[in-house]
Write a protein that binds this ligand. Structure first.
Ligand SMILES: Cc1cc2nc3c(=O)[nH]c(=O)nc-3n(C[C@H](O)[C@H](O)[C@H](O)COP(=O)(O)O)c2cc1C
Length: 186
């Protein structure tokens, strides 16, 4: 796989990972390159947090608790699938956005966050490494900010990035065709 076109078209969000380690230097190289995202006014809004063992455990416990509060106690099978989902990925990177009081800057900064995640996803995909960008209500929880030592007054968590060797690559979801979305203007 080499052309950027092919990497973009074949990349998928990975939900199931093998219990295999990714070379951390390779990951760090990709994180570094991902920062070359477009960034209006060069505000540098992206913050990455590479979770160590204790943080992984705390995030796992937080996710179990959040799920149980929502849908009741997990049975043995559900717990097993939860473990595979959140323990198998080689790395967990938490991405946050440095807060800016100006709403327009904040919106543009989120665009940079999104571009950085996509850069990262493509850079990893080129090396056979998968990523899942996980969001939802849970990432806005003060408890998650507390666990990760991220000051909620200064930064906002924008994703849990689960990274590892894909166990299963899902089929491509249906996408709109260009001719459905493109209008030629005079
Ligand atoms: C801002 C954003 C948030 C996302 N959050 C989640 C999420 O919480 N859980 C999830 O499974 N996928 C999440 N995704 C991945 C999308 O569901 C996925 O990109 C979409 O289904 C298309 O699949 P693909 O990435 O394989 O092309 C998110 C994607 C974006 C851009």
């Amino acid at each position: 796989m080499n052309s950027i076109n092919e990497i973009i078209k074949t990349r998928r969000t990975i939900h199931k990972f093998l219990n295999q380690r990714v070379n951390e230097d390779e990951l760090l190289d990709c994180l570094e390159a991902s920062l070359c995202a477009p960034n209006h006014k060069l505000t540098d809004p992206v913050r990455y947090y590479l979770a160590g063992e204790q943080t992984r455990k705390n995030v796992f416990d937080f996710l179990v608790e959040t799920k149980q509060n929502k849908s009741g106690p997990l049975d043995e099978n559900q717990m097993l699938s939860f473990e595979q989902k959140f323990i198998n990925p080689s790395h967990l990177v938490i991405i946050s956005q440095a807060l800016n009081p100006d709403p327009l800057t904040s919106k543009e900064d989120y665009a940079t966050v999104a571009c950085s995640v996509h850069n990262l996803s493509l850079l990893l995909w080129e090396k056979g490494i998968g990523l899942k960008w996980s969001t939802g209500k849970k990432i806005k929880s003060p408890k998650l900010h507390e666990i990760t030592n991220i000051d909620i007054q200064k930064e906002s968590i924008e994703g849990l990035l689960w990274i590892g060797i894909p166990k299963l690559t899902p089929p491509s979801p249906p996408r709109a065709k260009l001719n459905e979305l493109l209008k030629r203007l005079n």
